[in-house]
Design a protein around this ligand. Sequence first.
Ligand SMILES: NC(=O)c1ccc[n+]([C@@H]2O[C@H](COP(=O)([O-])OP(=O)(O)OC[C@H]3O[C@@H](n4cnc5c(N)ncnc54)[C@H](OP(=O)(O)O)[C@@H]3O)[C@@H](O)[C@H]2O)c1
Length: 236
Amino acid sequence: MTPSQRITIVTGANRGLGLGVARDLARRGDRVILTARSQDKADGAAETLRGEGLEVVPRALDVASDESVAAFFRWLDDEHGGRVDVLVNNAGMMQEKGGPAGSQASSGVVLEHLDNNALSAYRMLEGALPRMNRHGYGRVVNVSSGMGGLTEMGGGHPAYRLSKAAMNALTRIFHDAASGDVKVNSVCPGWVKTDMGGPSAHRELAQGVASITWAANLGADGPSGGFFRDGKALAW
Ligand SMILES: NC(=O)c1ccc[n+]([C@@H]2O[C@H](COP(=O)([O-])OP(=O)(O)OC[C@H]3O[C@@H](n4cnc5c(N)ncnc54)[C@H](OP(=O)(O)O)[C@@H]3O)[C@@H](O)[C@H]2O)c1
């Protein structure tokens, strides 16, 4: 079944791809819960979208914090009867130097990336998937990266690569736990011009956003448990 107005959560939606995804899904008619690390950041992004004629629900959510995620789901239960139809695990960081694998990231930096980029999605899925299964509908998009694919794994940015490979594993694990019309996929947006991607990136924001929203808008006959860019399967 397709709910008439979906309850859609986007993490890290105050800028970059997350804000673009929130905008697109709000335009589609979803009730978007635009989340950001702080309420101020969420409010600021919601104000930007309001200026474009789009209403979203701004909410603080630090995906690196167990307490923040738990508080978020308590609020969701109170305000929205615990329903979540779409979860876009977009929040992410890349704060390390390049160079050969293992040579430039301390174990602390690796742990920080695993916590912020992979455990974050784990926390959110632990909350969202049982609620989706109960409801019989769900679309989860784990915003991953080709840099997390094992088949073409190269050197450089070891902390980021490890975190996105772990996120891809989460896609398989939670796909297995999904029931009914609940789909869990990983998506690579490509190299996109954002604060993270930088100005040399060869894709515009809209292209990266479309790669992500494709998986959020899959029909009942769409795939689950896969890794995609622009709707095309990628090697894990
Ligand atoms: N751009 C690319 O080329 C590219 C390529 C492949 C994959 N990706 C992935 O796409 C996603 C979005 O990237 P982007 O390019 O839009 O990056 P960005 O412009 O740097 O935005 C990252 C967003 O994640 C948020 N965030 C990070 N940690 C958070 C936390 N603990 N709690 C809540 N929010 C948090 C940031 O919030 P603050 O403003 O508070 O820091 C920011 O809103 C990331 O997962 C990234 O790995 C990007």
